[in-house]
Design a protein around this ligand. Structure first.
Ligand code: FPP
Length: 244
C-alpha cells in the first residue's frame, strides 16, 4: 500500500463521484445498480478517511443538474441516500463522525430533509471527522442564494456595502464555518468541476482519475493523497518565499 506522510495530510478532501453509469454499462447492469455500487464506495471512502485522519470529507452526492435525469433514476438516488442515512448513523456515532449537508435541502422532500436534520443534530457533537454531503447542490445556486440573503440583510439595515468582504461572503455560503477543500478528486475520467464548490475551490489542488467511482477504493485514495503531497502549494507566492 502507498506510503503517505500522515503529518501532511490534506485537511479537507472533496470528491466528485463520477462514473456509476458507465460502471453499470460495462458490467451489463442498469444504471441504478451502478449507483448502488457507488454507495458502497462512499462507505469505503468515509471509513478510510476516518482511519487515516482526514478531518473533512465532502461528497458530491446529488447535483442540482441531477434533477434532470429520468424520474426513476432520481428516485433511486434519493432512496439510496435515505438508506445510507438510516444505515450509517450508528457507525457515525461509533466513529465520532459528524454529518453536515449542504445544498437546497428542502427540495429533497420532507422525509429526506427531516432525516438529514435528525442525523445532523444527532452527530453534531462528534469531532473525529466531518462528512459533508452536497445534496441538490449547485455552486452558482449557492452563490446566488448567498447574494439574495446579503441583499435582504442590507435592505433590513443589518449590513452595509462596506461590510461585504470576502470573509463575509464566505459566511453566507452553505459552507460557513467549514475550511475550504485542499484536494479535489474527480473519478470517471472527466476534467471539469461541474458547478461544485465554485467559491471554495479557489486554491484547491485538483486530481483527476480514470477510475470509475464504484471501483474507487483505499489504494486510489492514497494515490491521490500521495500526488497531492508532491505538489507545492504557493497561494500566489514564489517558491523562495515559501522556504523562508
Ligand atoms: C455520477 O455517476 C454519480 C452521481 C450522479 C451520484 C453519486 C451518488 C452515489 C455515489 C450513490 C449515492 C450516494 C450516497 C451518499 C449514498 P454518473 O451516473 O454520472 O455516471 P456516468 O457519468 O458514468 O453516467
Amino acid at each position: 500500500m502507498k506510503e503517505i506522510d500522515l503529518n501532511r495530510l490534506p485537511q479537507h478532501i472533496a470528491i466528485i463521484m463520477d462514473g456509476n453509469g458507465r460502471w453499470a454499462e460495462r458490467h451489463a447492469m442498469g444504471r441504478i445498480l451502478g449507483h448502488k455500487k457507488g454507495a458502497e464506495s462512499v462507505r469505503a471512502a468515509v471509513r478510510t478517511c476516518r482511519r487515516i485522519g482526514i478531518r473533512y470529507l465532502t461528497l458530491y452526492a446529488f447535483s442540482m443538474e441531477n434533477w434532470l435525469r429520468p424520474e426513476a433514476e432520481v428516485s433511486a438516488l434519493l432512496n439510496l441516500l435515505n438508506e445510507y442515512l438510516d444505515n450509517e448513523v450508528q457507525e457515525m456515532m461509533d466513529q465520532d463522525i459528524r454529518l453536515v449537508a449542504i445544498g437546497n435541502l428542502e427540495s429533497l422532500g420532507e422525509t429526506i430533509s427531516f432525516k438529514i436534520t435528525e442525523v445532523s443534530a444527532r452527530t453534531s457533537r462528534n469531532r473525529g471527522m466531518t462528512v459533508i454531503l452536497a445534496l441538490s447542490y449547485g455552486g452558482r445556486d449557492e452563490i446566488a442564494e448567498a447574494a439574495r440573503r446579503m441583499v435582504s440583510d442590507g435592505v433590513a439595515g443589518k449590513i452595509t456595502p462596506e461590510a461585504v468582504t470576502k470573509e463575509l461572503c464566505a459566511d453566507y455560503l452553505y459552507t460557513s464555518g467549514l475550511p475550504d477543500p485542499d484536494l479535489l478528486i474527480r473519478t470517471g475520467g472527466e476534467f471539469r468541476i461541474s458547478n461544485f464548490l465554485l467559491w471554495q475551490m479557489a486554491y484547491t489542488e485538483f486530481y483527476f482519475t480514470e477510475i470509475l467511482w464504484p471501483d474507487f477504493r483505499d489504494r486510489h485514495l492514497l494515490k491521490a493523497i500521495d500526488d497531492y503531497q508532491r505538489r507545492e502549494r504557493r497561494f500566489g507566492r514564489t517558491s523562495e518565499q515559501l522556504r523562508t
